[in-house]
Ligand binder design. Structure first.
Ligand SMILES: [Zn+2]
Length: 457
């Protein structure tokens, strides 16, 4: 890539691309596919095309040894996503310290924001008036919003993260994180919660979440579901799966009503979310329930123990039509990504690359390291040898180390660009390996190299 293509402030370069008839020539933001004045969004503007699927194998985790890993293309009104793909997270319609233009130059195909945060600030009416999330944040491409359920329900337990929990000896529906006040309460109709911003009381339900997400205007939305933790009792998990199904039915009905009502807008796809924690029978049951409803895709969510993350994807794919794309919500350990891709995940989001980067943790193919170590003070090599990202082609470890120690914003920018590029490129390479017929070799080599020195992540 040339410098001008990779510059973080690319206003000139992008204008030139358009004139030259480059990738941006269709100006999809102003003319999303399937939007016509006076008409509901055209659903045929969204769809999934499967390209290459992994061969079934003796150790395949799906029924009859099926392996659901595949490549394909998700078509959305704002452009296509070649899958498997990593989805960078801009929670509040922004990736901290990195402009959308820069993310695009780093290879990002799509972005995910959070409905709950945008509802709190600036409010969904602002995004609606702006022409939707993509246009509001000057992101020329497909967008996702998650329903807000995760954030709202996380307030209940005060836990930030539920994946890969050690739950040995802990089982209680009332458990909350030490020193935290319970801020969310679930009932049959929805969730009442206290705003972490100012303590005011709010209410989320299937209908409210759909109304908010329609106004935010992302290409792909998620149904409002109840998030449980691995510490909830089996009985509670059963009740929760049934409640999530009832909420899913209400989401589909409200989504269809809003699609008809909000004429002139592009079609927004709705994914149902499969819960069921780490119970195989509950996951399969929930997957069948979600598959029976008229969703455009499926979200694999909730608490999953790391050791069965691939199995969980396969159980869900057993029940799901292949035509529906599958999003795995909130993971980014390198081994988890391979397990989920192999068992049918198409898209993956996580905040970890950005959050880790701001703390100085740098992902490389040889594992994760902290750039803020004394040994890097005079190290003028790139963050990762051979990396083609903007940071690595222009800046040194010593400089990034200095910026992060000095709390300079540019340090956050440079570290985040590299880490986001790492995951985007990893998924690009996985996609090539499936199409090229060498997925297993690529997986084994990559994992052996990444974890050779006991790396985390
Ligand atoms: Zn790099």
């Amino acid at each position: 890539m040339t410098d001008s293509m990779q510059s973080p402030t690319v206003a000139d370069g992008r204008a030139a691309d358009r004139i030259d008839g480059g990738a941006d020539a269709t100006n999809l933001i102003d003319h999303p596919r399937g939007a016509a004045p006076g008409k509901p969004g055209d659903r045929s503007a969204f769809g999934f095309e499967q390209k290459t699927r992994l061969d079934d194998a003796a150790d395949g985790k799906g029924r009859g040894g099926a392996r659901y890993g595949r490549t394909g293309v998700i078509h959305t009104p704002h452009g296509d996503i070649r899958t498997p793909a990593f989805v960078p997270v801009g929670t509040q319609a922004a990736m901290k310290a990195v402009l959308p233009e820069t993310l695009k130059d780093a290879g990002a195909q799509c972005m995910l924001s959070n409905a709950f945060h945008l509802y709190e600030r600036p409010g969904q009416d602002v995004l609606d008036a702006a022409g939707g999330l993509a246009k509001f944040m000057n992101w020329n491409g497909p967008t996702f919003t998650d329903s807000g359920g995760f954030q709202v329900l996380s307030l209940g337990a005060g836990f930030k993260k539920t994946l890969a929990m050690d739950v040995t000896g802990m089982k209680s529906d009332d458990v909350i994180a030490e020193g935290k006040e319970r801020l969310a309460f679930v009932d049959e109709d929805g969730v009442t919660f206290k705003s972490p911003l100012n303590g005011s009381l709010h209410r989320f339900s299937a209908e409210i979440s759909m109304g908010i997400q329609h106004k935010i205007g992302a290409d792909i939305m998620f149904a409002f579901d109840e998030l449980t933790t691995l510490m909830n009792t089996r009985r509670y998990q059963e009740e929760s799966v049934e409640r999530t199904y009832r909420w899913a039915q209400r989401c589909v009905a409200e989504h269809q009503r809003l699609t008809e009502e909000r004429v002139g807008k592009p079609y927004q796809a709705l994914y149902g979310v499969v819960q069921g924690a780490n119970y195989e029978d509950l996951r399969r049951h929930a997957a069948e329930q979600i598959a029976s409803l008229d969703f455009d895709g499926v979200g694999i969510g909730g608490a999953i123990e790391k050791r069965i993350i691939g199995d969980t994807c396969a159980w869900i794919c057993d029940a799901m039509p292949e035509s529906r794309p599958r999003h795995v919500l909130g993971i980014a350990a390198v081994d988890d990504i391979f397990a989920c891709v192999e068992n049918g995940g198409d898209t993956f989001d996580c905040v970890a690359p950005a959050r880790c980067g701001r703390n100085g943790a740098i992902f490389t193919r040889d594992g994760r390291y902290n750039v803020k170590r004394a040994q890097h003070k005079f190290d003028f090599g790139p963050l990762e040898e051979g990396c083609e990202c903007y940071t690595c082609t222009h800046y040194s470890r010593a400089y990034v180390d200095h910026l992060l120690r000095a709390n300079e914003y540019n340090g956050f920018t440079l570290a985040t660009i590299h880490n986001e590029h790492f995951f985007i490129k990893l998924l690009d390479d996985i996609r090539d390996s499936i199409d090229g017929g060498y997925f297993e070799e690529f997986r084994d080599e990559t994992l052996a190299r990444f974890y050779r020195n006991g790396s985390r992540g």
